[in-house]
Ligand binder design. Structure first.
Ligand SMILES: [Zn+2]
Length: 233
């Protein structure tokens, strides 16, 4: 990587296995019982059982973006404490196998990244040059993925405050942008605040803010039933 490239690395330094042409091939026997295998198993479980993931996968399929586990997901070792990422260049979701150890965490990361993939599918998102686009998708991902759900917040020892969900969404969106773009904190805050209301209010494809698994289940059921009225005519 030349120095000029390093200035705008788009966060790829957090995903060291994302270097083109350097794809490591692991044999089946090597991958069994490793982090990679565990990651694949947890991913499959998330895709089959999480109502958040199931809704997003169905909605994307409905928009002509069929998500395939082998093609659109990649379990990799990542730097630092990042859990996942969406690589718009390859339309791939990276899952950080060295940082995701629990199914509930996997479900949240898969959901968060699928929201980016959903935005990528439905809109012409300019991830690299338009910070407002990126900010909007990060706000939506933090708002709708359960990243800021009550349980997660309680476990971070944050209590009370009606506006807390919004504050959490804003803080997490900011953190995500600062992690992957060379941009000052003040500028990032300004951009997040500018787009916050419209992006926070955009609940597609959930139709509501799913504050927990139960909400997500209802949202999934509503989504699957959305055409019933017409198909029964
Ligand atoms: Zn994100």
């Amino acid at each position: 990587m030349d120095p000029a490239k390093q200035e705008e690395d788009y966060g790829y330094n957090l995903f060291p296995e994302r270097n083109a042409g350097e794809q490591k091939k692991t044999s089946l026997s090597q991958s069994l019982f490793t982090f990679n295998h565990k990651c694949q198993v947890m991913l499959q479980f998330a895709m089959e059982t999480s109502p958040y993931a199931k809704l997003l996968l169905s909605a994307m399929k409905g928009s002509g973006c069929n998500v395939l586990r082998e093609r659109h997901f990649s379990c990799e070792d990542c730097d630092g404490t990042v859990s996942g990422g969406f690589d718009a260049t390859s339309s791939q979701i990276v899952l950080c196998q060295n940082n995701i150890h629990q199914q509930s965490h996997m479900n949240r990361v898969v959901t968060h990244e699928l929201i980016h993939a959903f935005d990528h599918c439905r809109a012409n998102v300019d991830w690299f040059n338009n910070y407002r686009h990126l900010a909007c998708s990060e706000i939506r991902a933090a708002n709708l993925s359960g990243d800021c759900s009550f349980y997660n917040e309680v476990s971070r020892l944050h209590f009370g405050l009606k506006q807390h969900h919004q504050a959490c969404v804003r803080a997490r969106a900011l953190r995500s942008i600062l992690a992957v773009r060379k941009i000052g904190r003040e500028e990032a805050e300004k951009i997040v605040d500018e787009v916050f209301d419209s992006c926070f209010g955009d609940h597609a494809p959930f139709g509501r803010i799913p504050h927990g698994k139960k909400d997500a289940k209802f949202a999934y059921r509503d989504y699957m039933n959305r055409d019933r009225y017409y198909s029964n005519l």
